[in-house]
Design a protein around this ligand. Structure first.
Ligand SMILES: [Zn+2]
Length: 115
C-alpha cells in the first residue's frame, strides 16, 4: 500500500491511513451504519476522510436501502379464502416469461425473487 498524503482540512495535520472508518447516514428516514471503510484519519482532531473506493461502497449500500422511484400501491384481496396480491401490469410486462418466484419476508417487506 502506498503512503497517502492528505492533510486534514480542519487542522492541517498529516492524516494517517485508516481501515476502520464508520459512516452513519440516513436513507428514507432509516439510520444506516456502514463500517470497515478505508481512507485516512487525522491523528489530531479525529476527522475522517473516506477514499474513492469507500465512497463507491457507501453509494452502493445507500442504493440498496432507497425505495425505487416508482412504487405501485396495491391492496391485498381475498380469493378462495387466501390472501392474494396482484402483480401490477407494468411489472408483469418486465418479468416476461419468468414464472417461478421465491418469496420471503424482510421486516414489513414481502420480497419476491422471480426467475
Ligand atoms: Zn485534523
Amino acid at each position: 500500500m502506498s503512503e497517502i498524503e492528505i492533510k486534514c482540512v480542519q487542522c492541517a495535520s498529516q492524516t494517517k491511513e485508516a481501515t476502520d472508518i464508520t459512516l452513519v447516514t440516513a436513507v428514507e428516514g432509516r439510520e444506516v451504519v456502514i463500517t470497515g471503510l478505508t481512507g485516512t484519519r487525522c491523528p489530531t482532531c479525529g476527522e475522517e476522510y473516506a477514499d474513492a473506493e469507500s465512497a463507491e461502497k457507501v453509494e452502493e449500500v445507500i442504493k440498496k436501502f432507497r425505495k425505487p422511484a416508482v412504487v405501485f400501491k396495491r391492496k391485498i384481496t381475498k380469493s378462495g379464502g387466501r390472501r392474494v396480491l396482484g402483480i401490477p401490469e407494468e411489472i408483469d410486462r418486465a418479468l416476461g416469461k419468468k414464472e417461478n418466484v421465491d418469496i420471503w419476508l424482510e421486516d414489513d417487506k414481502i420480497v419476491a425473487e422471480v426467475y
